[in-house]
Design a protein around this ligand. Structure first.
Ligand SMILES: [Zn+2]
Length: 368
């Protein structure tokens, strides 16, 4: 070790020791909420840079490419964010040696599993189905995102701690699919593992302790679910990890932007409510082909939700939606202890390390 390296190591050790650690980490994931959507949402709201996330103190630009392709789906995108390793499209928290739907790769330990292993509480909330690629990558491992039943049944055999403590999202057919895949009564299995199995956010609000909320209607009050989840998870003195996904695909432009503005308000409320021992992160798993291309301030930029795909894709549309995921870097914004590591350009896999470092944890050495 050279003197210079030694001096650097001592500096690094003292800096890390002195830096305040995060007790809690909340990751808000806007699915397909790349920079074009942020830009369009601010214009839709009425003025440039009018969103809360645009006032968060730390910002970085994150590469979202999977292991071999250039453009990511939600499975590969989220796997990199929660495990620190890039994988192939369609694969959930398994290594890139997996072949989608055919062969397992190596199991990759997720940030949620690191938290469970250390005795923290954990939660996953999604406007998608609870078995959708983004929530599933946090708590399950599969060579295919389409194996919904098998994915959900993994809640019965968590490899670390007692598994995710609060899971809220779309739940249509989930129990039936899981029962078919596992060959057991999955609802009974969940109850024996201490979960209340519920179907509305209202029931969740009055429930105590661990809960799986399989919401039947396609929309629910995400803000109420997040508030209740934070209350529940905060009982743990060691802290918690919470992931909240809001779908921001803008194939239906108005609906997508409305959901994104809701997410932005939710992040603002959460930052104010969560306290200064909580690292709050906004990130996207990949971007989307929606562009603000024309129009004047004050114009109505966004057609009604009933607008056709053709109208949205028209060269005359002020915000043109061609649709489909795109490969440019996405914005990551952060606030709270450990947020200072969110800066510059970095790969999606590093977001995992940033969250781990905020807690003051080191990644397992296996495979590194
Ligand atoms: Zn996605």
């Amino acid at each position: 070790m050279s003197v210079r390296t030694l001096v650097f190591s001592i500096w690094l050790a003292t800096t890390l020791a002195a830096a305040p650690k995060a007790k809690n980490v909340i990751l808000f994931l806007g699915d397909a909420a790349g920079l074009p959507v942020i830009n369009a949402a601010a214009a839709y709201k009425g003025s440039p840079q009018s969103l809360f996330i645009q006032r968060m103190p730390q910002v970085g630009l994150m590469d979202t490419s999977p292991a071999s392709a250039w453009v990511s789906d939600s499975a590969a995108g989220m796997t990199a964010i929660v495990t620190g390793q890039k994988t192939e499209n369609g694969v959930l928290s398994q290594s890139a040696t997996a072949i989608r739907g055919k062969k397992d790769g190596e199991t990759l330990k997720t940030i949620l599993e690191y938290a469970e292993q250390r005795g923290l509480s954990t939660g996953v909330i999604s406007t998608d189905r609870v078995t959708g690629a983004t929530p599933a990558a946090c708590y399950a491992h599969s060579n295919s995102r389409s194996k919904a039943g098998e994915i959900f049944a993994q809640l019965l055999k968590p490899p670390y701690g007692d598994g995710v403590d609060v899971l809220v999202g779309g739940g249509k057919n989930v129990l039936a699919d899981a029962e078919k895949a596992a060959g057991t009564d999955v609802a009974a299995g969940l109850k024996s593992r201490g979960y209340a199995v519920l179907t509305t956010v209202d029931e969740f609000k009055s429930a105590s302790g661990r809960a799986v909320v399989l919401v039947e209607q396609s929309r629910f009050d995400v803000a109420a679910a997040v508030e209740r989840a934070i209350e529940t998870l905060s009982h743990n003195r060691k802290g918690y990890f919470l992931m909240v996904e809001v779908d921001a695909h803008t194939s239906n432009l108005r609906e997508g932007l409305d959901r994104f503005l809701l997410l932005d308000r939710l992040i603002e409320q959460t930052v104010h409510a969560a306290g200064n021992n909580t690292l709050v992160i906004f990130a996207a798993d990949h971007s989307f082909d929606t562009r603000l291309r024309a129009g004047n301030k004050g114009d109505v930029l966004v057609p009604p939700a009933s607008a056709s795909k053709e109208a949205l894709a028209s060269p005359k549309a002020p915000i043109r939606v061609l649709g489909g995921h795109t490969g440019e870097e996405v914005v990551v914004a952060a606030q709270g202890p450990g947020a200072e590591r969110v800066r510059g350009f970095f790969p999606n896999a590093r977001l995992f390390e940033i969250m781990l470092a905020a807690y003051g944890w080191k990644p397992d050495s296996k495979g590194r």
